[in-house]
Design a protein around this ligand. Sequence first.
Ligand code: ATP
Ligand code: ATP
Ligand code: MG
Ligand code: MG
Lengths: 254, 254
Amino acid sequence: MCRTIAIVNQKGGVGKTTTAVNLAASLALAGVNILLVDADPQGNSTSGLGLEKAPPGLYDVYAGRCAVEEALRPTGVEHLSILPSTPDLLGAEIELAGGEGSSQLLKDALSPVRERFKYILIDCPPSLGILTLNALVAAEAALVPVQCEYYALEGLSMLSHTLSLVRGSYNPGLDIEGVLLTMYDPRNSLTREVEEQLRAHFGPKVYSTVIPRNITLAEAPSHGKPALLYDTRSRGAQSYLSLAKEFLSHEDGV
Amino acid sequence: MCRTIAIVNQKGGVGKTTTAVNLAASLALAGVNILLVDADPQGNSTSGLGLEKAPPGLYDVYAGRCAVEEALRPTGVEHLSILPSTPDLLGAEIELAGGEGSSQLLKDALSPVRERFKYILIDCPPSLGILTLNALVAAEAALVPVQCEYYALEGLSMLSHTLSLVRGSYNPGLDIEGVLLTMYDPRNSLTREVEEQLRAHFGPKVYSTVIPRNITLAEAPSHGKPALLYDTRSRGAQSYLSLAKEFLSHEDGV
Ligand SMILES: Nc1ncnc2c1ncn2[C@@H]1O[C@H](COP(=O)(O)OP(=O)(O)OP(=O)(O)O)[C@@H](O)[C@H]1O
Ligand SMILES: Nc1ncnc2c1ncn2[C@@H]1O[C@H](COP(=O)(O)OP(=O)(O)OP(=O)(O)O)[C@@H](O)[C@H]1O
Ligand SMILES: [Mg+2]
Ligand SMILES: [Mg+2]
């Protein structure tokens, strides 16, 4: 029984890739089979795990140049595979827009390999275009990282609106998996204000695990490793381990 | 003689809006006539200056529903006007893609009002789609904020590639106005490594002014004010004042 989760927020720089890479690695290290799909033309999840952005990647699957199995790659983490991104994915926004069935491409592409994995995590770009739409149609739920700052909070109404549009016309079962507070600094009143508003609005959907601002999370990508393999004892790595535990505890109830 | 500058970087959360709002305000407070165009559907420049995201906005101008003059609004800062964003701009990416002349819309829309302003600054979304393309076609130069971190550095080759594509087919004169280091923390080795690489690669194009990580810059937007009006003496506000001075000193040579 595979579950697909889109890691999404059109606000830029809120920790989508950092969450995708570190949550995927934490789940894989617990022995759970994971596929990470890098649906962002920037390809940060791909380089964050130390892989080249060379074809075949997601664009080649979208363009029908290869089957999805051929584009899956192992990573330096056991039980974690990646469907990498390449720079030509940038053209997909314009090439795919408006085509017949262009919102179902990822869902259809993933269906032959779904049963190999317990979870598929999709790292989305900071926009609500066709690449993110594909992820929301392929997913059962959305995990929303939110930086504890004003612009990130402001953007949530646009995101909620988009989720309900997708629910209405493409994917009636699309749920919110969880809202994750990132770059959390308890000494800072703005952080606490944003947290209060989020817990009031999203209630139990907000994870009790918060991700602190921690330099290891910013340094690990330059070594092509998740924080867990770069500096296991760091607060950043430990916070994603506890997120993985909380994430799995929600699943038990499914 | 008006100059149009696009504030652009497809990497999310690097300080595009913070730079657009605070540089625009600093130039305006020096008595220079400024128009800030919010070309991002998120509308952060619009709310960062305390304005409602209500029509008419840039989308209405693109859709031909009103002339550009009708969409310009005063802000709380003398000499600073804004062409605001509204949520329906989100649809423009899909509606405009591929249309005849769809990359020249902003350039044509701004031409009747250019001579009222000394500078037009355009705040771009974190993507390289049709909204950013319009800004790069309308602009004489691009100002690139770069967060001093690995993923932001990695994204610059994709951005440089896009700038040369635009130069080749739409706007031969498109130049780099400057590269701005943001969220700069001198105690952090990653910051110094990124700075070294940027100065080696972009040379004198990298501003000597750097923007420190400073909480005022994150707090001011929730009060709908640029940092200069929220807390003038803060390091954040002062750094944008010195950026405005450096920006103007480059112009003298034009
Ligand atoms: N908790 C954290 N502490 C410190 N730095 C962090 C943390 N989370 C992310 N970062 C750093 O902040 C920057 C933004 O994070 P990241 O790239 O993961 O966000 P994103 O939402 O994926 O961005 P984009 O919108 O461009 O896809 C990165 O340089 C990352 O290394
Ligand atoms: N120098 C700084 N010090 C502290 N916080 C900052 C600084 N610059 C920006 N910020 C904060 O960091 C976040 C990201 O900045 P901002 O929204 O300006 O980036 P952006 O590039 O416009 O993002 P997007 O890609 O979503 O458009 C915001 O919450 C902002 O308030
Ligand atoms: Mg990302
Ligand atoms: Mg912005």
